[in-house]
Design a protein. Sequence first.
Length: 234
Amino acid sequence: MGSSDQRAGACAAEKRPASCDLCAVRERSICADLGPRELAQIEKTMARRTVAKSHALMEEGSPNDSLYIIVQGSFRLTKHLEDGRRQVTGFLFPGDFMGVRATPASAYTAEALEDSRVCHFPHKFLDTITVDFPGVKDRLIARGQTEYHKAQDHIVLLGKKTAEERVESFLYMVARSIGRNTEDDATEAPLPMPRQDIADYLGLRLETLSRTLALLKKKGSIRDLERHRVTLAG
Protein backbone atom coordinates (compact mmCIF):
# COMPACT_ATOMS: atom_id res chain seq x y z
CA MET A 1 0.00 0.00 0.00
CA GLY A 2 1.38 3.43 -0.95
CA SER A 3 2.05 6.12 1.60
CA SER A 4 -0.77 8.35 0.32
CA ASP A 5 -3.23 5.45 0.62
CA GLN A 6 -1.98 4.72 4.13
CA ARG A 7 -2.49 8.30 5.23
CA ALA A 8 -5.95 8.36 3.65
CA GLY A 9 -6.91 5.23 5.55
CA ALA A 10 -5.42 6.53 8.77
CA CYS A 11 -7.32 9.79 8.53
CA ALA A 12 -10.62 8.47 7.27
CA ALA A 13 -12.49 8.64 10.56
CA GLU A 14 -11.30 11.80 12.30
CA LYS A 15 -13.81 13.34 14.70
CA ARG A 16 -14.15 15.28 17.93
CA PRO A 17 -14.05 13.28 21.16
CA ALA A 18 -17.24 12.88 23.16
CA SER A 19 -15.57 14.19 26.30
CA CYS A 20 -12.09 14.19 27.79
CA ASP A 21 -13.75 13.37 31.13
CA LEU A 22 -14.57 9.92 29.73
CA CYS A 23 -11.08 9.22 28.35
CA ALA A 24 -9.65 5.96 29.69
CA VAL A 25 -6.05 7.24 29.52
CA ARG A 26 -6.61 10.79 30.74
CA GLU A 27 -4.53 10.31 33.88
CA ARG A 28 -1.54 9.30 31.71
CA SER A 29 -1.99 12.02 29.10
CA ILE A 30 -1.15 15.71 28.99
CA CYS A 31 -4.70 16.43 30.18
CA ALA A 32 -4.26 14.96 33.66
CA ASP A 33 -3.57 18.26 35.43
CA LEU A 34 -6.12 20.36 33.56
CA GLY A 35 -9.41 21.60 34.99
CA PRO A 36 -12.82 21.85 33.29
CA ARG A 37 -12.06 25.20 31.59
CA GLU A 38 -8.80 23.95 30.11
CA LEU A 39 -10.36 20.66 29.03
CA ALA A 40 -13.11 22.55 27.25
CA GLN A 41 -10.45 24.50 25.35
CA ILE A 42 -8.60 21.31 24.42
CA GLU A 43 -11.78 19.63 23.20
CA LYS A 44 -12.26 22.48 20.70
CA THR A 45 -8.80 21.92 19.26
CA MET A 46 -7.94 18.25 19.35
CA ALA A 47 -9.53 15.41 17.40
CA ARG A 48 -9.80 11.71 17.96
CA ARG A 49 -8.61 9.70 14.99
CA THR A 50 -9.30 6.07 14.14
CA VAL A 51 -6.39 4.24 12.54
CA ALA A 52 -7.20 1.00 10.74
CA LYS A 53 -5.06 -2.08 11.27
CA SER A 54 -1.85 -2.07 9.16
CA HIS A 55 -2.18 1.64 8.30
CA ALA A 56 0.59 4.11 9.14
CA LEU A 57 -0.09 7.14 11.29
CA MET A 58 3.46 8.48 10.98
CA GLU A 59 5.99 7.60 8.28
CA GLU A 60 9.75 7.61 8.48
CA GLY A 61 11.22 10.64 6.73
CA SER A 62 7.91 12.50 6.50
CA PRO A 63 7.25 15.74 8.42
CA ASN A 64 5.21 15.59 11.59
CA ASP A 65 3.64 18.56 13.37
CA SER A 66 1.36 16.75 15.79
CA LEU A 67 1.41 14.90 19.08
CA TYR A 68 -0.59 11.67 19.22
CA ILE A 69 -1.73 9.95 22.41
CA ILE A 70 -2.91 6.37 22.05
CA VAL A 71 -6.38 5.90 23.50
CA GLN A 72 -7.08 2.37 22.29
CA GLY A 73 -5.13 -0.27 20.38
CA SER A 74 -1.41 -0.60 19.71
CA PHE A 75 1.29 0.47 17.27
CA ARG A 76 4.56 -0.92 15.93
CA LEU A 77 7.51 1.44 15.42
CA THR A 78 9.93 0.57 12.61
CA LYS A 79 12.96 1.96 10.81
CA HIS A 80 14.35 0.87 7.46
CA LEU A 81 18.06 0.11 7.13
CA GLU A 82 20.15 1.15 4.13
CA ASP A 83 19.97 -2.35 2.65
CA GLY A 84 16.16 -2.31 2.76
CA ARG A 85 15.69 -4.45 5.84
CA ARG A 86 13.18 -3.36 8.46
CA GLN A 87 14.01 -3.03 12.16
CA VAL A 88 11.27 -3.03 14.78
CA THR A 89 12.31 -0.45 17.37
CA GLY A 90 9.35 -0.44 19.74
CA PHE A 91 5.67 -0.89 20.50
CA LEU A 92 3.17 1.63 21.83
CA PHE A 93 0.06 0.97 23.90
CA PRO A 94 -2.81 3.02 25.41
CA GLY A 95 -1.43 6.03 27.29
CA ASP A 96 1.78 6.16 25.22
CA PHE A 97 2.75 9.21 23.14
CA MET A 98 4.17 9.50 19.65
CA GLY A 99 5.45 12.58 17.90
CA VAL A 100 6.45 14.28 21.16
CA ARG A 101 8.44 16.85 19.18
CA ALA A 102 7.60 18.51 15.88
CA THR A 103 10.09 17.37 13.25
CA PRO A 104 10.64 17.88 9.50
CA ALA A 105 11.44 14.17 9.14
CA SER A 106 10.03 11.50 11.43
CA ALA A 107 12.63 9.07 12.77
CA TYR A 108 10.29 6.08 12.46
CA THR A 109 7.13 4.68 10.92
CA ALA A 110 4.21 3.99 13.28
CA GLU A 111 1.77 1.33 12.04
CA ALA A 112 -1.38 0.16 13.80
CA LEU A 113 -1.22 -3.48 14.90
CA GLU A 114 -5.01 -3.49 15.26
CA ASP A 115 -7.81 -1.02 14.75
CA SER A 116 -6.74 1.79 17.07
CA ARG A 117 -7.71 5.28 18.24
CA VAL A 118 -5.51 8.25 19.06
CA CYS A 119 -5.99 11.81 20.26
CA HIS A 120 -4.37 14.33 17.95
CA PHE A 121 -2.87 17.64 19.16
CA PRO A 122 -1.20 20.09 16.75
CA HIS A 123 2.17 21.19 18.17
CA LYS A 124 1.31 24.83 17.48
CA PHE A 125 -1.59 24.49 19.90
CA LEU A 126 0.63 22.83 22.50
CA ASP A 127 3.18 25.64 22.22
CA THR A 128 0.40 28.10 23.00
CA ILE A 129 -1.27 26.23 25.84
CA THR A 130 1.97 25.47 27.69
CA VAL A 131 2.45 29.20 28.30
CA ASP A 132 -0.62 29.28 30.53
CA PHE A 133 -0.49 25.67 31.74
CA PRO A 134 3.13 24.66 32.44
CA GLY A 135 1.97 21.27 33.70
CA VAL A 136 1.40 20.27 30.08
CA LYS A 137 5.00 21.17 29.20
CA ASP A 138 6.28 19.28 32.23
CA ARG A 139 4.45 16.16 31.09
CA LEU A 140 5.88 16.46 27.57
CA ILE A 141 9.40 16.83 28.98
CA ALA A 142 8.85 13.85 31.27
CA ARG A 143 7.59 11.77 28.37
CA GLY A 144 10.64 12.71 26.31
CA GLN A 145 12.85 11.53 29.17
CA THR A 146 10.86 8.30 29.38
CA GLU A 147 11.42 7.65 25.68
CA TYR A 148 15.17 8.23 26.17
CA HIS A 149 15.27 5.71 29.01
CA LYS A 150 13.32 3.20 26.92
CA ALA A 151 15.91 3.53 24.16
CA GLN A 152 18.73 2.96 26.66
CA ASP A 153 16.96 -0.09 28.08
CA HIS A 154 16.56 -1.50 24.57
CA ILE A 155 20.29 -1.10 23.91
CA VAL A 156 21.09 -2.99 27.12
CA LEU A 157 18.53 -5.67 26.26
CA LEU A 158 20.11 -6.29 22.85
CA GLY A 159 23.73 -6.02 23.99
CA LYS A 160 23.91 -7.68 27.38
CA LYS A 161 20.96 -10.02 27.96
CA THR A 162 20.58 -13.65 26.96
CA ALA A 163 17.74 -14.78 24.72
CA GLU A 164 15.79 -15.97 27.76
CA GLU A 165 16.29 -12.67 29.56
CA ARG A 166 15.26 -10.71 26.47
CA VAL A 167 12.02 -12.61 26.06
CA GLU A 168 11.17 -12.41 29.76
CA SER A 169 11.88 -8.67 29.83
CA PHE A 170 9.66 -8.13 26.80
CA LEU A 171 6.75 -10.14 28.16
CA TYR A 172 6.81 -8.34 31.50
CA MET A 173 7.04 -4.99 29.71
CA VAL A 174 3.87 -5.80 27.78
CA ALA A 175 2.20 -7.10 30.93
CA ARG A 176 2.96 -3.85 32.79
CA SER A 177 1.56 -1.82 29.91
CA ILE A 178 -1.63 -3.69 28.98
CA GLY A 179 -1.82 -6.75 31.21
CA ARG A 180 -4.41 -7.54 33.86
CA ASN A 181 -4.17 -9.56 37.06
CA THR A 182 -6.19 -12.77 37.29
CA GLU A 183 -7.91 -14.15 40.37
CA ASP A 184 -5.05 -16.59 41.01
CA ASP A 185 -2.34 -13.86 40.99
CA ALA A 186 -1.16 -14.54 37.45
CA THR A 187 -0.92 -11.77 34.83
CA GLU A 188 -2.67 -12.08 31.49
CA ALA A 189 -1.53 -9.87 28.63
CA PRO A 190 -2.52 -9.63 24.97
CA LEU A 191 0.18 -9.91 22.32
CA PRO A 192 -1.21 -7.91 19.38
CA MET A 193 2.04 -8.10 17.43
CA PRO A 194 3.13 -11.05 15.20
CA ARG A 195 5.88 -13.33 16.55
CA GLN A 196 8.22 -12.06 13.82
CA ASP A 197 7.85 -8.51 15.15
CA ILE A 198 8.81 -9.69 18.64
CA ALA A 199 11.83 -11.53 17.26
CA ASP A 200 12.95 -8.48 15.27
CA TYR A 201 12.56 -6.20 18.30
CA LEU A 202 14.58 -8.56 20.50
CA GLY A 203 17.28 -9.22 17.90
CA LEU A 204 16.47 -12.93 17.75
CA ARG A 205 15.72 -15.44 15.03
CA LEU A 206 12.10 -16.55 14.93
CA GLU A 207 13.18 -20.10 15.73
CA THR A 208 15.12 -18.90 18.78
CA LEU A 209 12.10 -16.96 20.01
CA SER A 210 9.87 -20.03 19.65
CA ARG A 211 12.34 -22.24 21.53
CA THR A 212 12.73 -19.66 24.29
CA LEU A 213 8.98 -19.28 24.75
CA ALA A 214 8.68 -23.05 25.02
CA LEU A 215 11.50 -23.12 27.58
CA LEU A 216 9.89 -20.41 29.70
CA LYS A 217 6.62 -22.31 29.64
CA LYS A 218 8.38 -25.51 30.68
CA LYS A 219 10.09 -23.66 33.56
CA GLY A 220 6.75 -22.24 34.71
CA SER A 221 7.44 -18.55 34.03
CA ILE A 222 4.74 -18.70 31.37
CA ARG A 223 1.57 -20.40 32.54
CA ASP A 224 -0.31 -20.28 29.23
CA LEU A 225 0.72 -19.18 25.75
CA GLU A 226 -1.60 -18.54 22.82
CA ARG A 227 -0.95 -16.87 19.48
CA HIS A 228 -2.03 -13.42 20.69
CA ARG A 229 -2.08 -13.81 24.46
CA VAL A 230 0.25 -14.84 27.26
CA THR A 231 -0.37 -15.62 30.94
CA LEU A 232 2.62 -15.08 33.22
CA ALA A 233 2.98 -16.82 36.56
CA GLY A 234 2.58 -14.64 39.64
